[in-house]
Design a protein around this ligand. Structure first.
Ligand code: FMN
Length: 347
């Protein structure tokens, strides 16, 4: 086997996974979600080379660096991958322009809700567009805007999150919108779960936390070590203190950076009250805080002042593994799970 021979879908799952693999142009309907500072050209290209699908994270990168990231990924793989655009990042529109100019095959809008014209622009570039949906009404709106697929992400997920659990969104979105492929995210750690989600109608699954523990993932060893020993209940979410400063909740492991976020909100609310800053500037400062503190944790290994963004699925992972082994394990577990269902139904 060559180093990059892809992991393939077994014949038993081909039909079940076809919608997802056709949409992604991959062998497996398994996505590594965008993770700022984490899903870099190395991890994203390796996902593609191994038959899965990676989403390159932009965070709030300088536009030149973002363009370079896309080029670097292309040098490492000729497989499809997606570029992530965070609508609440100050450089968002420039990131989108670059993905369109470079004709990246898939674009994932994240953060909050993209405008209709932004979705159209992405589609006009020839890209397939995926939008996050954290409620049924957002799913409906994104489909109306022209999204080609949805990422149904429940509040169990790591990073910026909505308020509704994956379990409820499956009924509110997956069962209601069969017209577009839906990739489920948030709380998934096993191939057995991927199998059952696809049996329910999902096109595939997106995971973040599990892929942080890929051997080839570039994050600091301290970041991986804390994932290995953390339990599900330790991945908590941040509150919003006032509707005067709407903030997107973040799920991360509890530490000083989480406590400090409370202080930051109070400070920004006070500055808003005094008229020293506007709401948008305050929201940008919040995003800068998360992007900066995530860098401290993932790159510098600062486990106290850095943000330890992680999903509740952190309790389902307990070791670092080569990416190929993770993907093979997911496929083997999924295959077995479908065989078990078959056995239960047909005896
Ligand atoms: C460390 C970390 C950083 C993340 N950064 C981003 C990001 O920049 N853009 C994005 O769309 N999602 C981001 N996410 C969400 C993931 O793409 C994915 O949807 C989520 O991790 C799925 O939930 P899981 O962690 O339970 O697998 C991040 C998640 C983590 C854990």
């Amino acid at each position: 086997m060559t180093a990059h021979e892809p992991v393939r879908t077994p014949a038993s799952l081909e039909k079940l996974w076809k919608r997802g693999t056709d949409f992604l142009g991959s062998e497996l309907p398994i996505m590594c979600g965008a993770m700022t500072w984490v899903s870099d050209p190395k991890l994203v290209s390796l996902m593609g080379n191994l038959g899965a699908f990676g989403v390159l994270a932009a965070g709030n990168m300088e536009p030149d660096m973002w363009a370079d990231y896309v080029d670097q990924t292309r040098e490492l793989t000729d497989r499809p991958f997606a570029g992530n655009c965070i609508t609440i990042a100050p450089n968002y529109l420039k990131h989108l322009d670059i993905l369109c100019e470079k004709k990246v095959s898939h674009i994932v809008f994240a953060g909050s809700i993209p405008r209709g014209e932004e979705v159209r622009k992405a589609k006009d570039s020839g890209a397939k567009v995926l939008c996050f949906a954290s409620t049924g009404s957002i799913a409906q709106r994104m489909i109306e805007y022209g999204a080609d697929a949805l990422i149904l992400e429940g509040s169990e997920a790591g990073g910026h999150i909505g308020h509704v659990s994956t379990m409820v969104l499956l009924q509110e979105i997956l069962f209601q919108f069969p017209q577009v492929p839906i990739f489920v995210a948030g709380g998934i750690g096993t191939g057995k779960m991927v199998a059952h989600l696809t049996l329910m109608g999902a096109a595939g699954a997106q995971m973040g936390t599990r892929f942080v523990l890929a051997e080839e993932c570039n994050v600091h060893k301290n970041f991986k070590d804390v994932f290995i020993k953390s339990r599900s209940r330790e991945a908590i979410s941040t509150p919003q203190y006032s509707s005067k400063l709407p903030v997107v909740s973040v799920r991360a492991l509890n530490n000083h950076a989480m406590t400090h976020f409370g202080d930051l909100q109070l400070e920004l609310l006070e500055r808003l009250r005094k008229g020293e800053i506007g709401r948008q500037e305050a929201q940008f400062k919040v995003e800068e805080y998360w992007i900066g503190s995530l860098r401290k944790a993932t790159m510098d290994g600062d486990m106290e002042h850095g943000s330890l963004m992680a999903g509740q699925s952190v309790g389902l992972v307990d070791k670092v593994q080569p990416l190929r082994e993770i993907l093979e394990e997911i496929v083997t577990e999924a295959d077995l799970a479908v065989a078990e269902v078959h056995q239960r139904l047909l005896g």
